[in-house]
Design a binder for this molecule. Sequence first.
Ligand SMILES: [Zn+2]
Length: 220
Amino acid sequence: MQNCKKCRIQIQGEKERCPLCGGKLVGEPSERAFPVLPKTKVTRMSFMRVSLFLFCAFETAMIVLGCCLEYWPGWLLLAMVAAVVGIIDISLAVYYRNNLLQLVAVEVYIGLVVTVMIDLFTGQPYWSVNWVLPIAFACLPVATAIIGKASHMEVDDYILYLLFDVIMSTGVQGILLLNRIHTFRYPALISIAFVIVFFLWIIIFNHRELRRETSKLFNV
Ligand SMILES: [Zn+2]
């Protein structure tokens, strides 16, 4: 067993220095008190580093190619923008890896922004605004509730995410509707109505306090 002469303590397991004074230890290390988990092969940092390197290499190659061609074709600029979105996406995924609800929400919102941008880039924001936004805004609260239920969370724990989905869905789509951006309005209107009804349904039938109160009310 290792021990520190200064602190007169014995140390279980294998330590490099004394945990109290930081001094040197003498004696033979004993078996570790707790099992040690094997280290994951790819750490977060090395993964980030490789991604960042690939991103920089790709952007450099694109710039060199653009200079060689002496003009900047649209696909080249699009590829460069896509790489920027990709690296932001990877960084966010690494950052939010412990919170699946945040990660899903962030990914969906990034996806929506990219979709609308691509649509604007290629002409008018018709299919994205008419179809992609309404479907995504309707699916997000359902996905949030499913993830919440699957990870055994109380409704109180993810209700703020749902509320945020409602605000974003009605806010963004409401502004677009008011400005008459849609060429086909029904999906957006149905989507807004669905998200609000879904939110109310979750609140009324799943909220702990409310459920208790209502059950009391009907049992009397
Ligand atoms: Zn010590």
